[in-house]
Design a binder for this molecule. Sequence first.
Ligand SMILES: [Zn+2]
Ligand SMILES: [Zn+2]
Length: 591
Amino acid sequence: MGEYEEHETSQDPLHVLRHSTAHLLAAAVIELYPDARYGIGPPVEDGFYYDFAFSKPLAEADLPAIESRMRRIAQEGRPFVQETLTRAEANAEFAKRGQDYKLELIADKVEGDDVSVYHTGDFLDLCRGPHVATTRDVKAFKLLRVAGAYWRGDEKKPQLTRIYGTSWPSPKELDDYLKFLEEAEKRDHKKLGKDLKLFTVDDRVGPGLPLWLPDGATIRRELERFIVDEELMRGYQHVRTPDVARLDLFRQSGHAQLYAEYMYPPMRFEDGEELELRPVNCPHHIVVYQTELRSYRELPLRIAEIGNNWRYERSGTLAGMNRVRSFALNDAHIFCTPEQLMDEVKGAIDLALYFSKVLGIDEFSYRLSTRDDVKDKWLGSEEQWEDAQAALAEALESMGQTYELGKGEAAFYGPKIDFQVRDAHRREFTNSTVQVDFQLPQRFELEYVAEDGARKRPVMVHRGAAGSMERLFSYLIERYAGAFPTWLHPTQVVVTPIADAHNEYAQEVAARLRASRVRVEVDRRSERLDRKIRDAKLKKVPYVAVVGGKEVESGHVNAQNRAGEKVDITLESFVEMITAEIAERRRPPQR
Ligand SMILES: [Zn+2]
Ligand SMILES: [Zn+2]
């Protein structure tokens, strides 16, 4: 990119356009605020930003005026002109303009005596380009928001005002992007989590430690039941193991040495005991494996747990439920023979696919991460790696799945498959993994008694199928914009009596539904009917069952779903209909 902050110069036309728009922004700012000082202004995904020091604080309300000045400059068609100055000339130019941040960049970033600058009319920037020809090439842009940012990302340096914007080749593309942003904002899980009272984050508890409120906890319970029941059916054995262990356990696994940056300081006691919050579940599950001498007849042994893990994340990276410091992982460790590896990998992929299908995770891709060519970057034998990589690739191919190859991206102890998913803002994250491991079986000297009586070493597969409950929840909130499928929704039916006279029947309907384990609320407020229906819709409740004189008499309910489809049926038919929908975990109708 054109900034001296970056090492590469990007020729990508979209980057060039966006970086040029950043210059345009700075030019407009300097015309409107002559004493403002400008820092850096690179292109970013979907747009650009520029950092400024203003003498008075800038508010979002000031953006439209800056934007209209940008528009005026764009129409003038000022050319972007590159010039090479000597270091002394460049210093003099920026000093004359009072731009001390640029002086600092020249001192720190420019090598040699040649300094590349760009003119846009009177505006001068330290920049290597490239740029569009004239400001008229900047056609469709919008300033989006204002944020604080430390100069050069350093907390000890002054805080600047960062103005974010977006820029596109045509007004149509800009429009589409703004619509997408609006939709993503509506779906943002932090916003919906608050509006729908699903979870909260409180400073007194700490950042990255969300509290699941009753409705959120109900959804989590349903998710966990679904996951655990399915795994039990597929031959997994569920265990419960503690969140902590002696630090020595993690020394043996290698985490204390190789994973320390994500681990919390150990709790040290007077008698020398050291306990550690676990960053992973593997060592505990290995101990479960070793509670008895295993026979080949017991393999594959699939030990599963929705286990709590603790990982230290810097507070700046924490985001709602998506990135947290403590999370519950849908984890399993499969201990098997090398011959069983392929089938176990297929089984793990099949389970992740099944969870994705039921939960509505429709868009995802696979990445197969393999080892580096450099020998000291991985452990185990070349043959083991080749076999495991082949097993992973073959498993994907035999299931008709395409994948991207991530050469050199494997963990040091074995290759893996990552399932990549995108959130409402199109940010990609890893939801589930299948990972082959030769290292831990060796470190813990795992064994089984083979058919011929010899002691052999099992292979271990680390497998996360539905990911962490927290990340899955954040995804589902955005995926459904809060309108969860009926089986997951915290309130499945709101029964609404038309008048007080119908309260008794409303209670009867509710009791009948509850007897079939349907989650029901009765709205007995003395509000108007349309108000009650509207409130239920705001909470995205799957069914509103209205009961009045006619229903009392006929033993019916008059129910409508979120798509506005209405049914007038007997109470028993309604119970049957909704319990079938829940049992089948049907997805809500798409609108
Ligand atoms: Zn530039
Ligand atoms: Zn593991």
